[in-house]
Design a protein around this ligand. Structure first.
Ligand SMILES: [Fe+2]
Length: 135
């Protein structure tokens, strides 16, 4: 059983966003498995870097869609993205310095954040974009 199991409950109804969310789920699962298997700090750091990079790229995709379609709740949603980016970047910096390690708590935090964000803000955005004809 995967750490995060993809299901239709996570689909926001816009294929471009769903596809990227699936990739994020895959990357969080990969990080979780690597941590569970006791992989080296270098391996974990590399996966963390990839996850952070892909997250930033994904947020940009969503935000461009918000701008293109004049999504009314864009500002609050962008703020949520900026906060998460900041948390990930500062975690990565502390990880690189050896101040913190990957832990079950951190993985659960990531999982909950991702699932809550998808099922909350992203679901609202997906409904709006679908009403504008995106699928
Ligand atoms: Fe989002």
């Amino acid at each position: 059983m995967a750490f995060i199991q993809w299901s239709d409950d996570l689909s926001v109804g816009v294929s471009k966003i769903d596809q990227q969310h699936r990739e994020l789920v895959r990357m969080v699962n990969q990080l979780h498995d690597a941590m569970s298997q006791g992989k080296s700090k270098d391996v974990l750091g590399g996966l963390l870097e990839e996850l952070a990079g892909y997250t930033v790229q994904h947020f940009q995709t969503e935000e461009q869609l918000f701008d293109t379609h004049s999504f009314p709740a864009a500002e609050a949603h962008k703020k949520a993205h900026a906060e998460l980016t900041q948390e990930v970047v500062s975690f990565k910096q502390r990880f690189d310095k050896g101040e913190v390690m990957l832990s079950v708590q951190l993985m659960n935090f990531l999982k909950n954040w991702l699932v809550d964000h998808i099922q909350g803000d992203d679901m609202n955005a997906g409904d709006f974009l679908a009403s504008r004809g995106m699928s």
